[in-house]
Design a protein around this ligand. Sequence first.
Ligand SMILES: C[S@@+](CC[C@H](N)C(=O)[O-])C[C@H]1O[C@@H](n2cnc3c(N)ncnc32)[C@H](O)[C@@H]1O
Length: 186
Amino acid sequence: MSELQTITMQQLQKMGGKIARNQQSYIVSQLLLKHWLLSIHDCTYGQGRFYTLIRDRLIFLSGGDIRIWIPWLVKPDLFILKPVWKQYDVLRYLKVRFDVIVIDPPFSPYNRGQEKRKYYLPSEGLGTPTRIIISGIQLARLLNVPYILLHYNRLQGFGLDIIDGYEYIYRLYGHTQKSYFLLLKV
Ligand SMILES: C[S@@+](CC[C@H](N)C(=O)[O-])C[C@H]1O[C@@H](n2cnc3c(N)ncnc32)[C@H](O)[C@@H]1O
């Protein structure tokens, strides 16, 4: 496993401006640009928050989700309204070579045992985080995508090598929390 860089909310706040306001996007952008991952399928797209700082650098941005979070912060080139385990049914017909599959499953910072729970909020999750992550890895394998970018609250590669990443330390409602942005080799 490669060394992870630790980055804190305070460090990013000190950078000011757009970076301070789009911290997760800054971390994701660092990983995508460093490894030249510019053609992306994000299988838990949400509002597209990860791409606010980097949209104009991306060659192709495709997103999938079980719901459309209107308004999107970043509009994808393609959107698939399906759970991750059904997205291959659409993607298999595209002639696009993706560099990376991004996975950001719903997780609660307060409950580290929640991977066994079916829903963490009935409105936001379909399947457990573990099922979503494993399905995202299967999707990458089916589409021959070489990397996964995983955001999760555990330092875990799900059987894949962690080749780069960040430990992100932030404050939420007065508590210190950690999450991990991991680049995994498929
Ligand atoms: C933490 S949010 C992702 C936020 C996103 N990274 C962003 O930048 O806006 C998790 C997303 O996973 C979606 N989701 C939950 N279950 C899913 C499933 N089985 N397949 C695909 N997406 C799912 C939720 O609707 C939610 O938008």
